[in-house]
Write a protein that binds this ligand. Structure first.
Ligand code: PMP
Length: 305
């Protein structure tokens, strides 16, 4: 990726990214106590930019900090404005948006103390996260040899920096094997999600994803997909499924803000019968139209820049 030289919002000010200095003694750098979001802004069919489900992402950012036991010094309303200001300052109609909050310099022990809470919002151009060919023809995945942490070892529904160590290792493992993504099993051997995306199967015209009480991030795209599927008359099931169900499925896809809706072409060396299949294609095209401002749900979910 090219060097990012945009303006970023940091603690209330817009500054060139390369001028922002962060202390090497920042607590979160040592202990992974940052919280973050990944959001996308899309060029709208009717002109201008629009941020998809901005409120939900910023509310999840607040929730993630709350789970760790600290509060962000800015309201959702102020962070909404800050996001829009950053996009406007960079003259961007389409962008990937990365808000990050972290504990700064102060007490150096694991528990920290009254370390300041910093917040920054950076933006950059980011194309298809799993590649243009992946979006069109599907990606190659395997079931990783890492598992998702149990409920008492991690707070999966929060987006906490330190929790991405497992994702980092699993993603590197997949790449080292020449694959695009790794899928993680939960403690009981059921599929949970990928390193940065939620997972769906499609069989006999219905879609299935892991239940809400499984160790997954409650993806905003996952929820969007469930709503769009219902709108399209595709039944949605949230239930546990094991690797055999995945191998036997007609279609499978990953979804997330970065990955959007990406079909899966092979899993553990087995070709999916359809990639992309009819169900995945219908959901993918409806999603890609929606984020560009088309369809009945756009007004509710898109914040104009
Ligand atoms: N799972 C994980 C582990 C993720 O990092 C992401 C990306 N935020 C997702 C799922 C998808 O979440 P969302 O649709 O909210 O981007």
């Amino acid at each position: 990726m090219a060097k990012i030289e945009t303006l970023a919002w940091m603690d209330g000010e817009l500054l060139p990214v390369q001028d922002i200095r962060v202390s090497p003694l920042s607590h979160s750098l040592h202990y992974g106590t940052g919280v973050f979001e990944g959001i996308r802004c899309y060029a709208q069919t009717g002109g201008g930019g629009g941020v998809f489900r901005l409120r939900e992402h910023l509310e999840r950012l607040h929730m993630s900090a709350r789970v760790l036991g600290y509060a962000l010094p800015w309201t959702t309303e102020r962070l909404t404005e800050a996001t829009l200001e950053t996009l406007r300052a960079n003259k961007m109609d389409s962008a990937y948006i990365r808000p990050l909050a972290w504990l700064g310099e102060g007490a150096m022990g694991v528990a920290g103390g009254d370390n300041p809470v910093h917040v920054m919002i950076a933006v950059w151009h980011w194309g298809a996260y799993l590649g243009d060919d992946g979006m069109k023809n599907g990606i190659r995945v395997h079931i990783a040899s890492y598992e998702r942490a149990t409920a008492n070892a991690a707070a999966q529904r929060a987006k906490i920096s330190g929790q991405y160590v497992t994702s980092f290792m699993a993603k590197r493992q997949a790449k080292a094997l020449g694959l695009d993504e790794g899928l993680l099993l939960d403690r009981d051997g059921f599929l949970s999600e990928a390193t940065g995306e939620n997972l769906f199967l499609a069989s006999k015209g219905r879609i299935v994803t892991a239940p809400d009480d499984s160790p997954i991030l409650h993806g905003i795209t996952r929820e969007t997909v469930c709503t769009l599927a219902s709108d399209l008359g595709i039944p949605v099931k949230k239930e546990r499924f094991a690797r055999a169900a995945m191998y036997a499925a007609d279609e499978a896809f990953l979804c997330g803000t970065a990955a959007e809706v990406t079909p899966i072409r092979t899993v553990d060396g087995r070709d999916m019968p359809h990639s992309p299949g009819q169900v995945t294609s219908a959901i993918q095209s409806t999603y890609l139209q929606l984020v560009r401002g088309e369809g009945p749900r756009a007004a509710e979910w898109i914040t104009k820049v």
